[in-house]
Design a binder for this molecule. Sequence first.
Ligand SMILES: Nc1ncnc2c1ncn2[C@@H]1O[C@H](COP(=O)(O)OP(=O)(O)OP(=O)(O)O)[C@@H](O)[C@H]1O
Length: 245
Amino acid sequence: MDTHQPLLLATGVRKVYRTGSVAVPALLGLDLAVGPGELVGVMGPSGSGKTTLLNCLSGLDDIDGGRVEVDGHDLFAMSDAARTEHRARTMGFVFQAFNLIPVFSAVENVELPLLLVGTRPREARRRAVDMLDRVGLGHRTDHRPSELSGGEQQRVTIARALAGRPAIVWADEPTGNLDSAMAAQVMDLLCELNQDEGQTIVLVTHDSAIGDRVPRLIRMRDGRLVDDVRRPVALSGTTADPPRG
Ligand SMILES: Nc1ncnc2c1ncn2[C@@H]1O[C@H](COP(=O)(O)OP(=O)(O)OP(=O)(O)O)[C@@H](O)[C@H]1O
């Protein structure tokens, strides 16, 4: 990958949801470039288009106009099958609902996507165990989701998202189901993965405490990007801005 090129380049992206005769414009010509190693927060009022942005820029959903390139490939110029394959190879996802398979252990949940893209079982297991170790769950590999706390379950989903070494991780309200202590732990982990390993992460959140911790924050309103601010972040994870007020 050329590190001078954006990893994600979206230009003029439009999305309109159509339900019967009703058309809801959700993205109105959105431009966004994200470079390798960035941690970008996306905030904005309910209904402003944050989840739509994530779904469209990751190719989970179709767009009605514009162009999205991820890792040098135009997502919507390829077939559905090629896009699915590209997504499995280059992207990881963390959602508010953990979406873990209840009858599988933590390690089985993490290795499943690797097995689905053809990784040999022994290698998939090794990487899954390594990733669980990385997120602080090396001692919980054989536990099922119901035997883990909410914060631990979300750390399993982060391990699952990262196990395939994706170029970019999309996180939609990853702390939305967690109490504030667990939310802070999960956010610590995401910041650490970004700072220590240069993992590129785009993170949708309602939580201003989380918005305060990201080095780049974009804000949406009515389907448009209305603000895009970069600021220094202290190693403690809080921004280096002077206190407000
Ligand atoms: N599947 C859908 N069908 C029709 N309209 C939709 C659909 N999904 C979203 N919308 C509409 O598109 C707009 C953007 O929705 P989106 O979910 O992206 O907003 P959001 O900023 O993520 O909101 P929230 O913070 O409440 O999750 C809203 O007006 C919403 O009602």
